[in-house]
Design a protein around this ligand. Structure first.
Ligand SMILES: Nc1ncnc2c1ncn2[C@@H]1O[C@H](COP(=O)(O)OP(=O)(O)OP(=O)(O)O)[C@@H](O)[C@H]1O
Length: 272
């Protein structure tokens, strides 16, 4: 009889070890189209970093470089001091579209990643999936199919599916852009509630200034391609943040500063 294979460790609802990112002097181009020249940035462990910038400046490209889906032409992308690779267990993604399997229940969608990673027994996977559905406020929807859920609920399932794998970093590419304004604000608040509990490093892409201000410890504004970081804002709004945060004079002040920066960028003539 073959010896039993050691099982991958079962993640729990406990906080992950937050990861750190370093992008060092990265150049990247699509054929005939330079996107980054000499881009450098860092994300500290447990930081909520938001990337903001005009359409086409390279936000998604940067996230793909951070995820190891694409390689820079020169320079390095390091995750916890090693070159990033897409299968790194610390990486978790949430995309604009929830990308759920339509024939699987919410619970089975959340369990899917755990099954693929071979983590735990079926009973453990189910228990963890239920715990994470409860974390995103969907304890009662475990048996529902995706088409029985609203867009916001589907995106919560996608978030639970990613969080169940206990990533050290969450890469979020405009995750709430397709939702109505009220649902989006609600999910911004939920994201911060969950982040304050689990404290992963988050890299969040948006082109919504209010969303960026509400969430971020730090905002990096990207310049139009081929560029890099045009400006950096430390957002010292008090935490925990809630609806009242958006009414603060300090919030309005940051909004004015960031809006002016982006307006300035969009008025710049395109680089040759
Ligand atoms: N596969 C590709 N081949 C060639 N050019 C591409 C490709 N993907 C993206 N681009 C171009 O590279 C630039 C950066 O694209 P990217 O999608 O990263 O921008 P973005 O800031 O995320 O835009 P948006 O806010 O509109 O989503 C754009 O000018 C885009 O047209």
């Amino acid at each position: 009889m073959l010896p039993a294979q050691p099982k991958a460790p079962m993640p729990t609802l406990a906080a992950a070890q937050p990861s750190q990112f370093a992008v060092e002097n990265v150049d990247f181009a699509y054929p005939g189209h330079a996107v980054f020249r000499g881009l450098s940035l860092r994300a500290q462990p447990g930081e909520f970093l938001v990337l903001l910038g005009p359409s086409g400046c390279g936000k998604t490209t940067l996230l793909n470089l951070l995820a190891g889906f694409m390689a820079p032409a020169s320079g390095r992308v390091l995750l916890d001091d090693s070159p990033v690779r897409p299968e790194h267990p610390a990486l978790g993604y949430v995309f604009q579209s929830p990308q759920l399997f339509p024939w699987l229940s919410a619970l089975e969608n959340v369990r899917f990643g755990l099954r693929m990673a071979g983590r735990g027994s079926e009973a453990e996977q189910r228990a963890l999936a239920i715990e994470h559905l409860a974390l995103v406020g969907l304890a009662d929807a475990a048996d529902k199919l995706p088409h029985q859920l609203s867009g916001g609920m589907q995106q919560r399932v996608a978030l639970a599916r990613t969080l169940a794998l206990q990533p050290g970093v969450l890469l979020m590419d405009e995750p709430f852009a397709a939702l109505d304004a009220i649902t989006r604000i609600k999910l911004n608040e939920e994201t911060l509630r969950i982040w304050s509990q689990l404290r992963q490093t988050v890299v969040f892409i948006t082109h919504d200034i209010d969303e960026a201000l509400f969430l971020a410890d730090r905002i990096l504004v990207l310049a139009p391609a081929p560029g890099g970081i045009a400006a950096e804002f430390d957002i010292a709004l008090p935490r925990p943040r809630a609806a009242a945060t958006r009414q603060l004079a300090q919030f309005a002040h940051y909004r004015q500063q960031v809006s002016a920066c982006i307006a300035d960028l969009q008025l710049q003539p395109l680089a040759a």
